[in-house]
Design a protein. Structure first.
Length: 428
């Protein structure tokens, strides 16, 4: 029986994954059942972003489809555990190695995950794919990292899993030649141990760790289709939001003042002949996941839908809140403060997994995962039922919540909760 190697990692502080600036430490155990000649024992921290992209070919001869692979090295750091540095220097180039007697040996190691990507230095800015226009690209989080073998993912697994960001430890034992063995080269024993990594929100002083992102430009989003509600009268759904470009876990999405989905209205292009009775029958909020895999200039895109909210409130949009605009249109605001399920709803409170991954946006050179929200409304307008959807632009989804990274503000007694008036409302 030959030497046995094992890598044991100390658990991350939160029990699940390592974060930026958290030491990744552990022990490499070496079991020698008989004396052995050792050239080196090393441990490496490695991370790769890999994709397999299918290319559909119209050429019959190439049998339909083939693919290309792409691999970017995110991190590769090695520490030599044996022999100790002083001995190593004294005997560089020795092919025989150092004799170790039979027994059990343990070596501790510790790494810190870097912030910068190794591969940018390897291939340069020009070839950094989805990172090309990012000013200071950072290490991506683990994604689809079911590790087999050398940290390679099983590309035959499923179509979705044809891209992965994988971090792992690799211990390598190189044995010296003994006697007149005819085998070419040295015998190498390798062991892998996967780990999960989630970079903390980036803070260099200039970019606040997490900001309450309610200061962006006001976005006006419209439903894809409008519906006739009378002669020459068309209605559509409008969402006004200044902060749907970033959403963190536990953010309120509908609560008045949250600046996300708290300003939803039904807008009619002109004053209808008879007053409209508008009821919200159903509200659905889905998160749309868009994952792009890149390899050699080819991109495969995958789209998924993650249901977040579905309520059937049968809620009447109050006529006293209707607003008239200067262009002659009329607006029926949906007062979300009157629907308790919506007021209470916080984004991703259950910390869900979607296809095995937590919810977060990221980009590596060859993988980009982005999200949009899709708000679906079913309305009853004067007895007719209409269904429509409003799709947002790309929204950056942050895994860490404000509460994870910000001390709760200490309120003084004079603090009063914010009051949200109806602002520009004009009753008719
Ligand atoms: Zn790269």
């Amino acid at each position: 029986m030959g030497p046995k190697l094992n890598v044991a990692l100390n658990r991350p502080l939160n029990g699940e994954f390592y974060v930026s600036n958290e030491p990744i430490s552990g022990i490499v155990d070496l079991e020698l059942p008989k004396p052995a000649s050792i050239i080196s024992l090393s441990i490496a921290l490695r991370g790769t972003s890999q994709t397999y992209v299918q290319i559909t070919n119209t050429d019959y001869l190439t049998n339909g489809a083939f693919g290309t692979r792409s691999s970017h090295t995110l991190v590769h750091q090695t520490q030599t555990l044996f022999p100790p540095e002083n001995i190593r220097e004294a005997s560089s180039g020795s092919k025989k190695g150092f004799q170790l007697s039979k027994g059990h040996y343990s070596y501790a190691f510790e790494f810190l995950m870097p912030n910068q990507l190794k591969c940018i230095g390897d291939h340069g800015r020009e070839s950094s794919g989805f990172n090309k226009t990012t000013p200071d690209p950072r290490l991506p989080p683990s994604f689809n990292s079911d590790v087999i073998g050398e940290g390679m993912v099983d590309c035959e697994n499923t179509y979705y899993k044809t891209g992965s960001v994988t971090y792992y430890m690799k211990a390598a034992l190189v044995l010296g030649k003994i006697g007149l063995r005819l085998t070419p080269g040295n015998t190498i024993v390798e062991v892998y141990r996967a780990l999960e990594f989630m970079p903390s929100p980036y803070d260099n002083g200039e970019h606040p760790l997490i900001t309450h992102s309610d200061a962006g430009p006001l976005q006006k989003l419209w439903s894809k289709k409008d519906f006739k509600v009378g002669p020459k009268c068309a209605a559509k759904v409008e969402v006004k939001s200044p902060s749907l470009n970033r959403v963190f876990r536990l953010d309120y999405l509908f609560q008045p003042g949250c600046n996300k989905f708290d300003q939803i209205s039904v807008t009619v292009n002109r004053k209808p002949a008879e007053m409209l009775s508008i009821k919200l029958l159903q509200l659905k909020l889905n998160l749309i996941e868009i994952v792009n895999y890149l390899s050699q200039g080819q991109v495969n895109a995958m789209i998924g839908t993650i249901p977040l909210v579905e309520i059937n409130p049968n809620f009447e949009l109050k006529i006293c809140r209707v607003r008239n605009s200067q262009d002659g249109s009329m607006e029926w605001p949906l007062d979300t403060s009157q629907i308790p399920e919506l007021v209470r709803y916080r984004f991703n409170e259950t910390n869900m997994l979607y296809r095995g991954n937590r919810l977060f946006s990221f980009a590596s050179c060859n993988i980009k995962r982005a999200f949009k929200f899709c708000l679906g409304l079913k309305l009853d307008i004067n007895g007719s039922v209409f269904e429509t959807e409003v799709l947002t632009t790309i929204c950056d989804i942050g895994y860490f919540s404000i509460e994870d990274h910000e001390e709760l503000p200490s309120y003084v007694v004079s603090d009063v909760p914010p009051f949200y008036s109806d602002r520009t409302e004009v009753a008719i």
